[in-house]
Design a protein around this ligand. Structure first.
Ligand code: ADP
Ligand code: MG
Length: 436
């Protein structure tokens, strides 16, 4: 009997030890959970199936301004909803969770604290089960995103205000550009008018000089009048360039598209420049595609002007050798039955001083002359090439140049011209080569 009692006592003592260990472990786990709940930087809330608060951690108390005891048994959603909103949607979602429709849900809502501050919270709600699988309570973990959302909003506001500033600035710049363009237009118009005003008396000076020459002057007087005439012609050329340039700038220059013959244009240039070429012993050679010796349609005056500028530059900057003018068709489109639209390539090749690669990039810009010393030696306004470029572009073409210092240069331009198919007149096909 005493033996059995002893055995029983030993068993009880062993169980008491196990129980002690279990209690110790439970107490450690409880401490661990409590300190986790106290230090977590998220709201941890448990609610009954009916939505009443069962527990709230310290962070939840801090954020809501409510103590856990104040909220116990009360509906959390009602206590922390924004006035006027009842949080019915959230209530419905929690209901669905409680009835087992979902296991977890995530929602965003605005939380209103007791002192009236607003917080943007992202909630993760989960269902906690009992032994029979029934919902015992709902665990809700809320993360405060107020700062992040505020920063996002600030960024959005900043973006919006930047966009407004950019728009305002663009508007100001457009206004300034418009003003500058208007001022530039006014300047071009003024120049255009002035050039016209100057050109009229200039023409009468030249005309009078011609008349005076025929009045039986002695050699000395003839020499003086000849110099007046020469200077007047030079001045007239400069004025004409300025007039054309300002006309183009002011958008006043219009093309005059008429029927013409390229050979006639080249003959006129030849007769105008042959004297200056001959005075430098330069050979002027024309090499023209025979297909271009047929009636054409385009602005012959502007074509003449570009060629005249290229050839007179070639004469100006070449001391010996020859100047070759070539004309070729590089594109041929028939449209309708009667007409052909052609892209014509014209070039002036001269063995003159040539141009450095650096200077080449600047050519065709207004007022640009390759270098100051040659300008002093050769004169000119530096407008000829800029005008040529604009005229070629107006004629649907482009300009360009190939050159090397000391190795001559080839200036070219293209222009769109129209040729009649049916009007193939028998045209004087004299070869225009080698005048002078
Ligand atoms: N054939 C050429 N050979 C060498 N340089 C040239 C030639 N044509 C033009 N240039 C250079 O280009 C510059 C601009 O020419 P252009 O615009 O016709 O003005 P301008 O003849 O009044 O100087 C010239 O001053 C010259 O430096
Ligand atoms: Mg020139």
């Amino acid at each position: 009997m005493s033996f059995r009692l002893e055995a029983l006592e030993r068993e009880v003592a062993a169980h008491a030890g196990e129980l002690q260990d279990m209690l110790h472990r439970i107490s450690i786990e409880r401490d661990f959970n409590e300190s986790l709940l106290d230090t977590a930087q998220v709201i941890i809330l448990t609610q009954s199936v009916d939505g009443s608060v069962r527990s709230l951690n310290r962070y939840g108390e801090l954020l809501t301004g409510w103590s856990e005891t104040e909220l116990l048994g009360k509906c959390f959603i009602k206590a922390t909803s924004y006035p006027g909103t009842v949080g019915t949607e959230t209530q419905q979602a929690l209901q669905d969770l409680a009835t087992g429709k979902h296991k977890h849900i995530q929602r965003e809502s605005v939380l209103m604290s007791k002192p009236g501050e607003k917080y943007e919270i992202t909630w993760n709600h989960s269902r906690l089960y009992g032994q029979e699988g029934e919902t015992v309570m709902i665990l809700s973990v809320g993360i405060d995103h107020t700062e992040r959302k505020r920063a996002e909003q600030d960024l959005l506001n900043l973006n919006a205000s930047l966009e407004i500033r950019v728009e305002e600035r663009t508007f100001e710049l457009e206004q300034a550009k418009l003003q500058a363009e208007t001022a530039n237009q006014a300047k071009s118009e003024f120049l255009s008018n002035m050039s016209h005003e100057i050109r009229t008396p200039m023409n009468s000076i030249i005309g009078m000089a011609h008349l005076v020459r025929r009045t039986g002057l002695n050699p000395k007087q003839l020499d003086y009048v000849g110099k007046i005439d020469h200077s007047a012609q030079h001045l007239l050329r400069l004025i004409n360039e300025m007039l054309d340039f300002s006309k183009i700038e002011a958008g006043k220059l219009k093309l005059e598209v008429l029927d013409f013959e390229l050979d006639t244009v080249l003959e006129n240039i030849s007769s105008q420049l042959s004297e200056s070429a001959a005075s430098k012993c330069l050979r002027l050679i024309f090499d023209v595609d025979p297909d271009l010796s047929r009636p054409l349609r385009g602005d012959s005056l502007r074509l003449y002007q570009v060629l005249l500028n290229y050839i007179s530059n070639a004469i100006k900057f070449t001391d010996q050798g020859e100047i070759i003018v070539r004309a070729r068709i590089i594109e041929n489109n028939t449209f309708g039955t009667d007409e052909k639209d052609m892209l014509v390539h014209l070039e002036v090749q001269a063995s003159g001083i040539g141009i450095s690669a650096e200077q080449l990039t600047q050519l065709f810009q207004p007022f640009h002359q390759a270098n100051a010393s040659t300008t002093r030696k050769y004169g000119g306004t530096g407008l000829g090439l800029a005008i040529s470029r604009q005229l070629a572009e107006m004629m649907g073409g482009e300009v360009g140049v190939q050159s090397q210092p000391g190795n001559g240069s080839t200036f070219w331009f293209t222009a769109r011209l129209v040729r009649h198919q049916s009007r193939l007149r028998l045209f004087k096909l004299h070869h225009l080569s080698a005048w002078i």
